[in-house]
Structure formats: structure tokens, C-alpha cells
Design a protein around this ligand. Structure first.
Ligand code: FPP
Length: 235
């Protein structure tokens, strides 16, 4: 499948809403925690696949502002533990000198052991990373815009200096290109408050396959689909 991808026309930035972990688990008589574990393992696989393909930015929606407040403490603890495992395994030990970790969202409200693991991982200086891995945690697109507006006001920015470039610089994705391709596995057909500003011109790819089963072959199919789109970008 990879051979059909046009390497000269790769999306620079792919964003994924990792949906369907619990349904994947329920279909197998497993717990929600097992589903998230399978989801986290798949994230590692997809991250490495993006590295192999030469995709420069990968953003994944792991926890929305609502998710972690509305789910059971047990399920949230399970996700936190997986996050710490993922971060320690892939970023803290220099296991991936090629990947720089960046968090979208306010993770400082998480328990100390989670915040510390993330802080250590994001502070690892990766020079010339091949891939920037953005993980959205306690993230919401509206919340991101509110946070940006507050910072812009705090900086006493004159209103005539407020334009699209300035607002982009105040988002969690500052300095990164907008995602050309947003993928949502798991059957739902909505953005759910994900990258509201950055998705203005993104191609949106939806799949019924549940996230733990959305492997490299499915990602390749999504990229091939993207490469068949005519991107007019308002022209
Ligand atoms: C959505 O599926 C998934 C989540 C809310 C959690 C995502 C977490 C992971 C992929 C594992 C941990 C990785 C990190 C980076 C923390 P769902 O639970 O809503 O499934 P459903 O739609 O079947 O109910």
C-alpha cells in the first residue's frame, strides 16, 4: 500500500481523533482500560509509521476538556497511566531522538506524576526533529481560542495588529503548519471541538474502523485519498 503513496505530495501535518477504544474493547468482552491500552499501542505504531513516511507533524486528540472530567476516575487513571508509559517509553529515554513532543492543552491540572512525566519529556531538546508529535490533552478548540484572546489582551496588542497570523502565533500549534488532513476513525462524522481554527482548509477523512484497528495500512489509504483531493484553498 505504501508504494501507492506519492511521496512528493505528502501532507506535512496529519491530525487524528483517536475514537472507538471502548467499543473496540466491548466487542471483545474487555474493559475500557484494555481498549485505551490497545489505542495507546496503536498510537506508537502510527507515530513510527509517520516517521517512516516522512510526515513532519502528527497531532492526536487524546483527552478533550470534557472527557477527563466526565469519565469514571478509574478510566481516567488508566488513561493517565498509559500516557505516562507512552511518554516515558518514547520521549524521556531518548528512545526517539527524531521526535519532539509538544502538548496542546493545559495539562498542569493533571496529577503531579503525570505533569512531571510530561514536563520532563517536553523539555528534552530534540534538534532538527524529523517529526513533531502534538498530543492534545485537556484540549478544546474553543478553550484554545479563549486562552489565545486572553494572552493577546494581556500583551496589550493594538487592535490594528490583530490578524490571522497573530492569532495563529498564540495557539498551542504556534509555528507549525495547519493540518492538511484530519482523520477521524470510529464512525462519528464531526470535529468535536478539535483544532477549530487550524482545520479551516483541512481535508476531513472519516472511517468506521475503530482506533485500535486503524493501523498503517488504513493511514496509507487515508493519505492516498487525500492525494486524490483537489485542494482549492478558497481559489
Ligand atoms: C476515545 O475513544 C478515546 C479516548 C477518550 C482516549 C484516548 C486515549 C488513548 C488512545 C490511549 C492513551 C494515549 C494517550 C496519548 C493518553 P472512546 O473511549 O470515546 O471510545 P468509544 O467511542 O468507543 O466510547
Amino acid at each position: 500500500m505504501t508504494s501507492k503513496i506519492d511521496s512528493g505530495n505528502l501532507p506535512q501535518h496529519i491530525a487524528i481523533i483517536m475514537d472507538g477504544n471502548r467499543r473496540w474493547a466491548a466487542a471483545r468482552g474487555l474493559t475500557a482500560g484494555d481498549g485505551h491500552k490497545a489505542g495507546a499501542k496503536n498510537l506508537e505504531v502510527i507515530m513510527n509509521h509517520c516517521l517512516d513516511l516522512g510526515v513532519k507533524h502528527l497531532t492526536v486528540y487524546a483527552l478533550s476538556t470534557e472527557n477527563w472530567q466526565k469519565r469514571s476516575p478509574e478510566e481516567v487513571k488508566g488513561i493517565f497511566d498509559l500516557l505516562v508509559w507512552l511518554v516515558k517509553n518514547n520521549f524521556q529515554k531518548y528512545a526517539h531522538a527524531d521526535i519532539r513532543l509538544n502538548i496542546l492543552g493545559n495539562f498542569t491540572v493533571f496529577p503531579d506524576y503525570v505533569t512531571q512525566a510530561i514536563n520532563q519529556a517536553v523539555s528534552v531538546k530534540v534538534k532538527n526533529p524529523k517529526l513533531i508529535m502534538n498530543i492534545a490533552l485537556n484540549y478544546g478548540g474553543r478553550d484554545e481560542l479563549i486562552t489565545a484572546v486572553k494572552k493577546i489582551i494581556k500583551a496589550k496588542t493594538p487592535s490594528d495588529q490583530i490578524n490571522e497570523d497573530l492569532i495563529s502565533q498564540y495557539l498551542y500549534t504556534a509555528g507549525q503548519p495547519e493540518p492538511e488532513l484530519i482523520i477521524r476513525p470510529g464512525g462519528e462524522v464531526r470535529l468535536s471541538n478539535f483544532l477549530l481554527w487550524q482545520s479551516s482548509y483541512s481535508e476531513l477523512y472519516f472511517s468506521d474502523i475503530l482506533w485500535p484497528d486503524f493501523g498503517p495500512e488504513q493511514l496509507d489509504q487515508a493519505i492516498i485519498w487525500y492525494q486524490q483531493r483537489q485542494r482549492r484553498l478558497g481559489k
